[in-house]
Design a protein around this ligand. Structure first.
Ligand SMILES: [Zn+2]
Length: 400
């Protein structure tokens, strides 16, 4: 492998990790890896000064479904979760046959352009992984199991091509769509890599597990029409989180996605398990009208990540827009906690702590840069998180 020359990037502000905002620091990249973070560029190294704005770790989209990008804009979420599922399942085969590949390509290009370094991508086909690799975007591809079908995800494995991570991991769709025994087997198959599962997303899911309520009944009918009978799940608990715990699928390698319906008590239980939780603000608000109890989860010490979910329920794959939506929905949040969700929290959730989401020697690029107006130090992070940018954020130092 040929080695490229090191390159130093500087800007007015540099955010290395939570609690570490610096002025005018230099981040040195070589072959896609961060090799130094220093007060000024080392002598003899080429320098690119990005100017007024914030240089930060490349963002981490911990939950998306890139192969569903062809459904963009077709199923506007309107607060009816089961209705949305019905529309999406009806449209999915024809739409994706028609425009699946070009839509996925365009989606990957967009997220690469605006500074995403790593994605947690749920897949049933594996088709997005080579597209991501070509665009220089690292990925943990979660092969998702659904129902009782025997088609097993491939064994979990992580590999690096230089500073590009290409990992295959295991996901189960949800506690209401995978039988208990299979959940246990899938979690075991995931090994020490992250195991992802949609959890407590909708009121329908909670009612289905509890065995009562009109929304739960609609979900039960929807599943039965597709051959997934309630009895075949052998449910062993009456809540989504309880079901996961009984199946021995809840530990520090588990990545819970959504958690809109989690209670405060359940937040403590998630914290005790060491599991991470990914919030998808615009998708959650659109499909269910709510969000996970983010303040309670943070106070309990749960590691939180940020995701967009698919283009079937989000208007685009911009994590910048997700941060702004989260701040708008929960104005009491600490902006730096939100930025941490999109960086270091996502890295931990995807089993990549120290490798992504921080500006430190040994971490992989690319970086992200947000042009900002001239601001005092105390306003820099909040402006980034609220989307008060002077121009579009961009990727810095991506190796393709
Ligand atoms: Zn999802």
């Amino acid at each position: 492998m040929t080695t490229s020359k090191a390159m130093a990037y500087t800007s007015r502000w540099v955010w290395c990790e939570p609690g570490d905002l610096r002025q005018g620091a230099a981040v040195v990249l070589q072959d896609g890896w961060i090799i130094a973070v220093e007060g000024r560029p080392p002598r003899g190294v080429k320098v690119q000064d990005l100017g007024e704005g914030l240089l930060l770790p490349g963002l981490i989209n911990a939950h998306t479904h890139l192969e569903l990008s062809g459904l963009a804009g077709l199923v506007p979420p309107q607060g009816d979760f089961v209705g949305w599922l019905e529309s999406m399942v009806a449209l999915r085969p024809a739409q994706l046959r028609q425009n699946g590949a070009p839509a996925t390509q365009a989606a990957v290009e967009a997220l690469a352009r605006e500074g995403t370094a790593l994605v947690g991508d749920v897949t049933n086909t594996g088709k997005a992984a080579p597209v991501l690799a070509r665009a220089g975007v690292s990925a943990v591809s979660f092969f998702e199991a659904l129902g009782a079908a025997k088609a097993e995800p491939p064994p979990a494995a992580a590999s690096w091509q230089g500073a590009l991570l290409c990992a295959a991991a295991v996901a189960a769709h949800a506690p209401y769509s995978v039988p208990t025994q299979r959940l246990t087997a899938l979690k075991a198959r995931a090994g020490n890599l992250p195991f992802a599962i949609h959890l407590a997303e909708s009121r329908a899911e909670v009612e289905f597990l509890a065995g009562q309520g009109a929304e739960g009944w609609r979900l039960e009918e929807f599943l039965a029409q597709r051959g997934l009978m309630r009895e075949a799940l052998h449910l062993a608990a009456d809540t989504p989180l309880g079901q996961l715990a009984v199946a021995k699928a809840l530990d520090r390698h588990t990545l819970l996605v959504h958690g809109v319906q989690l209670t405060s008590d359940e937040a403590l239980r998630v914290a005790a398990s060491g599991a991470s939780l990914c919030v998808c603000p615009r998708s959650n608000l659109g499909l269910t009208g709510g969000l996970a109890p983010v303040e309670v989860l943070l106070a309990a010490g749960v590691n939180l990540a940020l995701g967009t979910d698919s283009l079937a329920s989000a208007p685009d794959l911009s994590l910048w827009a997700e941060m702004a939506a989260l701040m708008q929905s929960k104005p009491g949040l600490d902006p730096e906690a939100v930025l941490t969700m999109a960086t270091r929290g996502g890295a931990q959730a995807l089993g990549q702590a120290g490798r992504f989401g921080v500006l430190r020697p040994g971490a992989a690029g690319p970086l992200a840069f947000v042009p900002l107006p001239d601001l005092p130090e105390s306003e820099v992070i909040e402006a980034v998180v609220r989307g008060e940018h002077a121009a579009a954020p961009k990727s810095v130092g991506r190796v393709v």
